[in-house]
Ligand binder design. Sequence first.
Ligand SMILES: Cc1ncc(COP(=O)(O)O)c(C=O)c1O
Length: 382
Amino acid sequence: MNPIYLDHAATTPVHPEVLQAMLPFYQELYGNPSSTHSFGRAARTALNRFRDSMAGALGCLPAQLVFTSGGTESNNMAIFGLLNAQLDGKKHIITTQIEHHAVLHPYERLESLGYEVTYLPVGPTGLIQLEELEASIRPDTALISVMYVNNEVGTVQPIEQIGQLARGRQIPFHVDAVQALGKLTIDLGALPVDLMSFSAHKIYGPKGVGALYIGKNVMLTPHTLGGSQERKRRSGTENMAAIAGMSKAVELILPQLQDIGQHAWELRSLMISRLEQQLGTEGFTINGSLEQSIPHILNISFPGISTETLLMNLDLEGIAAASGSACTSGSLEISHVLQAMHLPENVTNSAVRFSFGMGNSKEQIEIAAHKIATIVGRLRTR
Ligand SMILES: Cc1ncc(COP(=O)(O)O)c(C=O)c1O
């Protein structure tokens, strides 16, 4: 039985060309980019090339990208770095109830330090209301953070409009774009965003590397002090192999966005239609909105069957899916995202996230849908 991986929102396999791009930095190109000899200079030249290439692909200046250890660090660096650099005493932050924990937990820490945080609610599709965001802005609002694409239900927030609102009020705007990179076109030259977080392992790059975009005139207090790498914004010897991998992953995926999106759309439609055929339209519910989300993520509930039971049975049949974000998928915790969407308990406690990737075929989806429906049918008649 060949296992079927339907958990690409948790992580993706490393693309073979990405791996090839990384290997030289473990072999002949092992110089430290801060060294002045030829080994160091070769690494520095490569590092500049990777930064230039990524900046070109994302529409920003190379100096506006800082390489980090991933989405979590990028979010932490954006939030704490910005607030620590502000000297105007503003202590109010606006975010949403459905952010990833790599945003929510920093804000919880800041609350314990005296900041006030407004967590915007979402509707049943997982979207925030712009009017609600506007109404929550205060004279002491120091930062607005809204994720681009939700990692559990795939909802896409209106980042451009939020950014325009923030710009109009001169409030810095941070966007967690970890699930948007490789799915949506991102042109940082056109988007009204001040800080944007990225991660490589969601786009067929290696784990443990990411980037933070820092817009013009945005001041951050560095969270690591040391050898002054990354223009003193993140000290520490650069993870050259990982950066090489991330740059290659971005280079490979961005020209294919449309094809990859179309493929995901076909897989998602196939999965839904096969489940409808076997379980009936009443046999499951789709969480979120099929229109206002990326097609790569499909969150479905099978009322009457607990998420844990279903995931375990799917795993036994070789199908890898998730209950939500990877951090909580090992636990029985009910997703804070589905709770924020005010879905009934029998929906939140039976939700499973399937996320599609480049390596998935229609044949795999046919097999997976059949197995899912068979397991659901069996568990329901038990
Ligand atoms: C929306 C979002 N933000 C942040 C992260 C954290 O990224 P990383 O795993 O690179 O630290 C993830 C990972 O699941 C995510 O989905």
